[in-house]
Design a protein around this ligand. Structure first.
Ligand SMILES: *[C@@H]1O[C@H](CO)[C@@H](O)[C@H](O)[C@H]1NC(C)=O
Ligand SMILES: *[C@@H]1O[C@H](CO)[C@@H](O)[C@H](O)[C@H]1NC(C)=O
Ligand SMILES: *[C@@H]1O[C@H](CO)[C@@H](O)[C@H](O)[C@H]1NC(C)=O
Ligand SMILES: *[C@@H]1O[C@H](CO)[C@@H](O)[C@H](O)[C@H]1NC(C)=O
Ligand SMILES: *[C@@H]1O[C@H](CO)[C@@H](O)[C@H](O)[C@H]1NC(C)=O
Ligand SMILES: *[C@@H]1O[C@H](CO)[C@@H](O)[C@H](O)[C@H]1NC(C)=O
Ligand SMILES: *[C@@H]1O[C@H](CO)[C@@H](O)[C@H](O)[C@H]1NC(C)=O
Length: 543
């Protein structure tokens, strides 16, 4: 008798639960449809970019704070993570023994300057120390938020003490300084036909800088270097490392930016492929990459002895793109002054924000259609809250799967490896796509999410997202600290529907910056955006 009572009670609980979940789903879809059709004007007429979503007449007050949460859940919403600065401060002393190149005294107070001094104290040219394999099994000791990265960028670009002055002057320095002044004094642009203002830190600055790049920039490509490691992009136009192949192909065949006269060059391109370097020279199971490092050293020594250009700037106007995981370690030493465009953009290792450039990792299945089958559902047709699938590389993914792969919440689709077709289908039907750290910070999921219209959720502490120089990542992506994985669902469902819809719209607006175009280059595409970030960092490190 007692048992039937309990059973009946349980049944009611179950029914309640189902009804509750269903009503949540219905509320969500209604909410989406409502907001999808409401014109959300978020461009402030005076200054083009806004950090928060401003009011629209079409949105009633009552709907304003609507979230994916039921009210009782909402009250226990997540607490913003703010311990980063404390962690940093407590760990800073670890780095105090490394003096920055010019002076040893600490510069200023506050988060930005602590970070800045921290970064300048991270060992740079200590090759021996990093030769043995870095463990990827542990979380980083220092976690730097995206806001802090933006501060670091700004700091580096406004402090001449961080840049190397050329050993002797040249006409190109004057051109770079002129460009810098013109960009800083850009006329205000609030609106643009092709660029959606809210996704940029500052549309006026980006637009001006891009136009000046088109007008001014000249790149010299050294012809030295043996194939296939150098000058053979065809070898790597597909797969997860394809970015370096695509960039090289488009750079070496470019008609606008190349110059045959190195004295006219603002930038010098070192045309090697890090993936092919590894394929050709790494001795399987040797756990040593000394010979790979030596190969690149020999190359740069040749360039240094043969041409005066490296010596003039100590390499700070030289750049390369490299997508292999090992590239950051292989290009320490003499390459550290270069603008290193790396897929493995880890600010906790030795990526220098404001100098180095995050290279988007694009997974190309077919070089005929490098951007894949772009597209995806409208927000109201995205019925899955969060999606992830992938091998259990690194330490983050096992935590993610442990927490979320076998939970009762049906809107969390967190899997181990699944087949490619289903993977794409999930990306197109999910509201949020989780880009979790693998062995290294970068993942092709970031670009995939963007191209499939899924709002990226980046769970990879210290990953520097691509085009940080110009894009306001926090306006269209969610950054979840690794130690907040248990709160993942809570964080996502507490994002108001209205905000979600706007984020998703911004993701669509950012797509063009992540697309390759073979043959005829297209303005603002992936190739141009990579080159622009290199240009931008060069310009803003010229004083
Ligand atoms: C830009 O807009 C923000 C938010 O509305 C405001 O705080 C800021 O003062 C504005 N800046 C300028 C230059 O108008
Ligand atoms: C929405 O949230 C804000 C900030 O928490 C609050 O001030 C406002 O009263 C809320 N609006 C409604 C309609 O609940
Ligand atoms: C956030 O910062 C405030 C003020 O510094 C502090 O009181 C609070 O404990 C911090 N919260 C966390 C989670 O670290
Ligand atoms: C740091 O701030 C304290 C108090 O605000 C001040 O006395 C000190 O001089 C500052 N240090 C530097 C290096 O600016
Ligand atoms: C740069 O270094 C010089 C000399 O060390 C110092 O006087 C100056 O204040 C520094 N500039 C900044 C912006 O920190
Ligand atoms: C954007 O940059 C321009 C040029 O420096 C400046 O006048 C404007 O205030 C900036 N806008 C914002 C929103 O910061
Ligand atoms: C550049 O400097 C190095 C060392 O200072 C020197 O050995 C080399 O010959 C110089 N290169 C040229 C082309 O002068």
């Amino acid at each position: 008798m007692d048992q039937t009572r309990v059973f009946r009670f349980l049944c009611q609980v179950e029914t309640c639960r189902v009804v509750f979940l269903m009503s949540l789903a219905v509320a969500f879809v209604l909410g989406l449809q409502y907001f999808e059709h409401a014109p959300i004007s978020i461009v402030s007429p005076e200054n083009g970019t806004v950090s928060e979503f401003s009011e629209s007449h079409d949105i009633t007050k009552s709907a304003e704070n609507e979230t994916f949460l039921a009210p009782q859940e909402a009250t226990s919403g997540f607490i913003p993570f703010n311990s980063t600065t404390e962690v940093l401060k407590s760990l800073e002393h670890k780095f105090l023994n490394y003096s920055p190149k010019a002076s040893g005294e600490s510069r200023g107070n506050g988060t930005a300057s602590s970070l800045h001094s921290l970064q300048s104290k991270i060992p740079r040219n200590n090759n021996k120390k990093h030769e043995h394999k870095r463990s990827t099994k542990k979380p980083p000791l220092v976690v730097i938020s995206i806001t802090q990265m933006n501060n670091m960028l700004w700091k580096r670009h406004s402090d001449p003490n961080n840049s190397l002055a050329p050993r002797w002057g040249s006409e190109v320095d004057k051109e770079l300084k002129t460009a810098r002044n013109k960009i800083k004094n850009a006329v205000l642009v609030n609106k643009d036909d092709t660029l959606y203002a809210p996704i940029y830190h500052n549309l006026s600055i980006f637009k001006r800088s891009y136009e000046l790049m088109e007008k001014t920039l000249k790149v010299y490509v050294y012809s030295e270097g043996d194939r296939p490691i150098f000058h053979q992009p065809e070898a790597i136009m597909e797969g997860v490392y394809a970015s370096e192949g695509w960039f090289m192909k488009l750079m070496e065949s470019n008609s606008r930016f190349l110059t045959k006269d190195p004295t006219k060059a603002h930038l010098f391109y070192l045309a090697f492929n890090s993936r092919i370097l590894q394929q050709k020279l790494y001795v399987r199971d040797s756990h040593r990459r000394r010979n790979l490092v030596k190969y690149l050293r020999d190359y740069i020594n040749l360039i240094i002895s043969k041409y005066p250009f490296w010596n003039r700037t100590r390499g700070s106007d030289h750049f390369f793109t490299a997508c292999h995981d090992w590239a950051p370690a292989e290009t320490r030493g003499p390459y550290m002054n270069c603008i290193r465009s790396l897929c493995n953009a880890d600010v906790g290792v030795d990526f220098i924000v404001g100098k180095d450039v995050s290279l988007p990792e694009t997974k190309v299945s077919s070089s005929q259609t490098p951007n894949g089958n772009i597209g995806g559902n409208r927000p109201s047709k995205r019925t899955i809250l969060a999606f992830f699938a992938g091998n259990l590389h690194g330490y983050v993914r096992p935590i993610l799967l442990n927490q979320w792969s076998s939970r009762p919440e049906p809107d969390m689709k967190i899997f181990n490896r699944i087949d490619h077709k289903s993977y794409i289908r999930f990306m197109k039907r999910s509201r949020f796509c989780v880009c979790a750290k693998g062995y290294e910070v970068n993942s092709p999921r970031v670009v995939e999410s963007v191209l499939y219209g899924c709002v990226p959720v980046i769970i990879s502490d210290n990953f520097v997202p691509p085009f940080l120089e110009v894009l306001d990542w926090e306006s269209f992506a969610v950054f979840v600290p690794e130690n907040e994985i248990p709160n993942l669902r809570k964080i996502l469902i507490s994002i108001p529907v209205r905000r979600y819809v706007e984020m998703q719209r911004r993701v669509l607006k950012v797509q063009k910056h992540f697309m390759w175009h073979d043959g005829e280059p297209v303005r603002y595409d992936l190739f141009h955006m990579i080159l622009h970030s290199v240009w931008y960092n060069r310009v803003f490190q010229t004083f």
